[in-house]
Design a protein around this ligand. Structure first.
Ligand code: MG
Length: 251
């Protein structure tokens, strides 16, 4: 969406709530917790604040059924859209948490990947570099720029660091709906692609891996996994485009 000044205020407030909740859920990611318990915590924190979970009962185009949880929990080789359930988190896992909320009618979307206790060096590096790829993508946003600027910036980080890049999935417009046009690919050529306009609200979300970038859909119909079983990390912010750059709303 293109947000008015008043709408940006609402998105900023919603984004701050979302970031605080995600930080709180991240502290609950410990050995022994189930992914369903993390979902319950996220759901309760959102509703306690008077907001609505954006993903609960959300049915994207093409999906067979609506998503039955508030939080996507994607562990190790799970890339995104992990369906919470009885899986028990163990030491050494890396856990991606993706959450959206609706505050005063407007949606924000955010994701982080957290290490569980001591993780191997490769996994720690994957997390750090995926976070950096997100910041590089956001850093390429400006009014008058192109979406290819964002994809090129994200892809450059993955290429230089020799990490896998998931290109079948990407970011999106957000605000009035949880997923809006345009798609924001995590690959591209600077100066190419759709034009970026001031006050546009976008979710930028790189997914990097320790292997290849090809994904497959799990038999649960929701969870995307790396095809080669390698670990994946995912970070996402909602940002509003400004004349000189952008403002991250999910902080
Ligand atoms: Mg998203």
């Amino acid at each position: 969406m293109r947000a008015s000044v008043a709408e940006v205020k609402i998105l900023r407030a919603g984004g701050a709530r979302l970031a605080a909740i995600l930080r709180q859920v991240a502290t609950a990611v410990r050995p022994g917790v189930t992914t369903l318990e993390l979902d319950s915590l996220a759901r309760n924190l959102i509703t306690a604040g008077g907001d609505e979970p954006a993903f609960l009962n959300y049915q994207p185009a093409g999906a067979r059924q609506p998503f039955p949880a508030a939080l996507c929990v994607s562990v190790n080789d799970e890339v995104v859209h992990g369906l919470p359930g009885g899986r028990v988190i163990v030491e050494g896992d890396i856990v991606s948490l993706d959450l959206g909320l609706r505050h005063q009618g407007l949606f924000t979307d955010m994701a982080i990947t957290v290490p569980v206790g001591q993780v191997d060096q490769e996994s720690a590096r994957l997390i750090e570099i995926t976070r950096r790829a997100l910041l590089a993508g956001i850093g390429a946003l400006r009014a008058g720029g192109r979406l290819g600027d964002v994809g090129a910036a994200v892809a450059a980080v993955a290429r230089v660091e020799k990490l896998g890049l998931v290109t079948a999935l990407g970011g999106h417009g957000v605000g009035r709906e949880v997923h809006e046009e345009p798609l924001v690919p995590n690959i591209g050529q600077a100066g190419e692609g759709e034009r970026v306009v001031a006050s546009e609200v976008l979710a930028i979300e790189p997914m990097l891996t320790l292997g290849g970038g090809t994904v497959r859909l799990s038999s649960d119909g929701f969870t995307y996994l790396t095809r080669d079983g390698s670990r994946s990390a995912h970070f996402e912010h909602t940002a509003v485009v400004t004349e000189r750059g952008s403002e991250i709303l999910t902080v």
